[in-house]
Every structure is written in structure tokens, then in C-alpha cells.
Design a protein. Structure first.
Ligand code: SAH
Ligand code: SF4
Length: 406
């Protein structure tokens, strides 16, 4: 909508139920669902079939209540409704950018003695696909010096339910589920969906919440449910080397590495985890990542910091470092945030850097900022939050587009 200045901020919290005391089936794996069914006395010989039914309704059809599960007997629907919910988080706010980027502020109930937490999930529509940027933690234990999340303490890990719920809410709000279409019986084909790609590039380090992220991504990639192919899911890590082989073996999605520097002394500063797992060890883990080929490459994220990591010599070293690894390079213009010690490289510098990388045979897309008007960008969300009462930062877009070109 050209010329539209005002933000489309919708308060939808009132419409959403706050968490019921009943356990939620959202985010459950097939094994979890089987246990839940056993706990209400479903006979063992029926468990498999009932799991398949629930799976279909919760993840493929995306229904929010048991009433809609028309092939489940009325009696069982009543028991299920009495004992469980299909939880949705509270949507505190939904913002739509003039470029179509959407940002949701989701509130999840307290766990144990904790407080409710809020996370942001961002949707970026592009030609022929739409990418959802999902968070894995509230805050982060790591302290990358250019990242705003790095200034926030880890509040807690998100659960598998909360990770899957970010995807379900986005699909629901975008009208991606078949029960929301004009022909409620129709199964929406994969290509017809708004959310076609997922990037774990929101708040937090996904590999430090390994089990929940693994389970959630296996639910998301299940072909009988949310049906996002693993090739269209990208897990981004700052380089938790010992867990990269497990990510390959147990999750099997695409991998993105937040590299950002080509020398250990500089990377130690930008990504302090490098002191524990230096560049050589990280590269070795990348080389060993299963299933790599020209069609299945690792994305290396590289944030462009003025006068810090953006020289042509850095670009040449980057190319040398990645030799032999099927790789894509994602150049991310730095998103400044109040109090950050860095500036974004000049456009010419970024282009010169990209040229060196291109000449070496790598496509090196430079991410164009999206959703600026709703502050859906790295490192900006905290300041946004202060003004818009959006408390947590989620991640963004800049690096998203090139994470998976499929
Ligand atoms: N913790 C994971 C995933 C979340 S961060 C990781 O570090 O990979 C997602 C991406 O955003 C990372 O590549 C991160 O380095 C980058 N990023 C963080 N803050 C940024 C900023 N202010 N500007 C540009 N990119 C940023
Ligand atoms: Fe954490 Fe990633 Fe930010 Fe580093 S870049 S502080 S790992 S969220």
C-alpha cells in the first residue's frame, strides 16, 4: 500500500484464551500424544490410530478445538476437551509493515515459578515464498558484541510447544490452514502456503535448547502435518561445535553458521563462543555435516561491521576458509541498536566485499532490510519495545532471504 505511513497494529489479545490449567497437546510429538492418550485410558490397540487422527487435526488442519475433529467420536471428543487443550499463545500484538512483513508479539504463560514471557515472531513474504523467523530462547546465554539479544540475560528456554506454536500462530493468522479456506475440505498444497520456509534466527541459540528445538523441528517437518520440508528449514548457530554433528544426525535441516569474522582474534571478540570453539574446529564440523552437496549448502552469515571485518582482505580470507565446503554466503548489513559499539559498513564497501566473494563463485546476496517500519530487524527490537511495549527482540529479516534458496 504505497504511501501508507500508519502501522497496522492490531490488538488481538482479547480474542485469545489465556492458558488453561489443562495440559496442551500443541507441540507434542507422536510419542507424547500416545502417552497423553494412554493417560486417559485409550486402549493400546487404538493408540496408533488415535495419534494419527490427532496429528492430522492439530498439525495438518490446524484446528484449535476438539469439536472440529469430525472423525473422532463425540464421546472421545468430550473426554479430550475435558482433559486437554490445543494451546495457542496469547497474541499481544500483530503488526503489518507496508512491505508485507508481519510481526507478532506472543505471550507464553509462566513455567513453574517464572513469569510469563514474550517473544516476537516475524514473517517475511518474498516472491514465491514466505519465511518465518522463529525464536528458540527468551534472551541468550551468549554475548555476541553486535547482537542486541546478547545484552539480555537468558530468561528461559522455550519449550517444544512454544516453538511449534510460533509456526501454528503464523499459519493461522495468514490463513494457511485448510479449515480456514473457502473450501474447508481442501488440503492446501505445500506450494500454496504463505509460510514455506522456517529459519531458527530469532532470539536465542537453538543448539543450547537442543531437545526442544529438535522435537519442534521434527514436528514441523513431518509430511503428514505442518509439512515443511527439512530443506526449507534452516537452523542458525553461533557455532556450538560439539552439537553440530547431533544437529545433522537428529534434526537434519539446513544449517547456517554465524561466522562474522575470519580470524580467531576478531571472532573471539564478536562471537565470544569462539574462544571455546575456534574457527578451525567450526570449519571441521561444517565439513562433516551430513548430506552436503551443491544443492544442499551451508549458509555462512556475515554481518558487515564498518572498519571491523569488512576489508577486501577479509573477503579473500573468507573465500579461502570456505574452500571445499558447499557454501552460501549471506552478507548482512549490521542493524544498529542504541548503545551498540558498531556501525554498518558503507554500501560501497559491502559491494566490494561481495564482488570478491562473487568472483570466487559464491552467490553472496546482500540482505535488503525488510519491515523497517515495524522494526522487525536485528538489534532494533529492544528500542522498538521501549516505545511500542514490545519487550523482547526477535530476529530478523536481513539475513533471512538467502538462508535457503529452494
Ligand atoms: N543465535 C543464533 C541464531 C539467532 S541470531 C546465531 O547466532 O546464529 C540470527 C542472526 O542474526 C545471526 O547470524 C546473528 O549473528 C545475526 N545478528 C544478530 N544481531 C544482529 C544485528 N544487530 N545486525 C545484523 N545481524 C545480527
Ligand atoms: Fe545469542 Fe545469536 Fe545473538 Fe550471539 S548472535 S548473542 S548466539 S542470539
Amino acid at each position: 500500500m504505497p504511501g501508507r505511513e500508519a502501522l497496522d497494529i492490531m490488538k488481538v489479545a482479547e480474542a485469545q484464551p489465556v492458558r488453561d490449567a489443562k495440559p496442551s497437546l500443541m507441540g507434542m510429538t507422536r510419542d507424547d500424544l500416545a502417552d497423553a492418550l494412554r493417560s486417559i485410558g485409550i486402549e493400546e490397540r487404538q493408540v496408533r490410530m488415535r495419534v494419527a487422527q490427532l496429528w492430522h487435526w492439530i498439525y495438518l488442519r490446524g484446528v484449535p478445538s476438539f469439536e472440529r475433529m469430525t472423525n473422532v467420536s463425540k464421546d472421545l471428543r468430550a473426554v479430550l476437551a475435558e482433559r486437554f487443550v490445543i494451546g495457542r499463545p496469547e497474541i499481544v500484538a500483530e503488526q503489518v509493515s507496508v512491505d508485507g512483513t508481519r510481526k507478532w508479539l506472543l505471550r507464553f504463560p509462566p513455567r513453574g515459578a517464572g513469569r510469563p514471557v514474550e517473544v516476537e515472531t516475524v514473517y517475511i513474504p518474498e516472491e514465491g515464498r514466505g519465511t518465518l523467523c522463529v525464536s528458540s530462547q527468551v534472551g541468550c546465554t551468549l554475548t555476541c558484541s553486535f547482537c542486541h539479544t546478547g545484552t539480555q540475560k537468558l530468561v528461559r528456554n522455550l519449550t517444544k510447544e512454544e516453538i511449534v506454536a510460533q509456526i501454528v500462530v503464523a499459519r493461522e493468522r495468514l490463513g494457511d490452514f485448510p479449515h480456514m479456506s473457502a473450501e474447508p475440505g481442501a488440503i492446501v498444497p505445500r506450494e500454496g502456503r504463505f509460510v514455506s520456509n522456517i529459519v531458527m534466527m530469532g532470539m536465542g541459540e537453538p543448539l543450547y535448547n537442543f531437545d526442544a528445538v529438535r522435537d519442534a523441528l521434527l514436528v514441523a517437518s513431518d509430511g503428514e502435518g505442518l509439512s515443511l520440508s527439512k530443506r526449507r528449514i534452516t537452523l542458525s548457530t553461533s557455532g556450538v561445535v560439539p552439537l553440530i554433528p547431533r544437529a545433522g544426525a537428529e534434526i537434519g535441516t539446513m544449517l547456517a553458521i554465524s561466522l562474522h569474522a575470519v580470524r580467531d582474534d576478531l571472532r573471539d571478540e564478536l562471537v565470544p563462543l569462539n574462544r571455546k570453539y575456534p574457527i578451525a574446529a567450526l570449519m571441521e564440523a561444517c565439513r562433516a555435516y551430513p548430506g552436503l552437496s551443491n544443492a544442499r549448502r551451508i549458509t555462512f552469515e556475515y554481518v558487515m561491521l564498518k572498519g571491523v571485518n569488512d576489508s577486501p582482505a577479509d573477503a579473500r580470507e573468507l573465500v579461502r576458509l570456505l574452500r571445499g565446503i558447499p557454501a552460501k554466503i549471506n552478507l548482512i548489513p549490521f542493524n544498529p541498536w542504541p548503545g551498540s559499539a558498531y556501525a554498518c559498513s558503507d554500501w560501497d564497501t559491502i559491494e566490494t566485499f561481495a564482488e570478491v566473494v562473487n568472483r570466487a563463485g559464491y552467490a553472496s546476496p546482500i540482505r535488503t532490510p525488510r519491515g523497517r517500519d515495524i522494526l522487525a530487524a536485528c538489534g532494533q527490537l529492544k528500542s522498538a519495545s521501549e516505545r511500542l511495549k514490545v519487550r523482547e527482540r526477535l530476529a530478523l529479516e536481513a539475513m533471512i532471504g538467502g538462508a535457503d534458496e529452494d
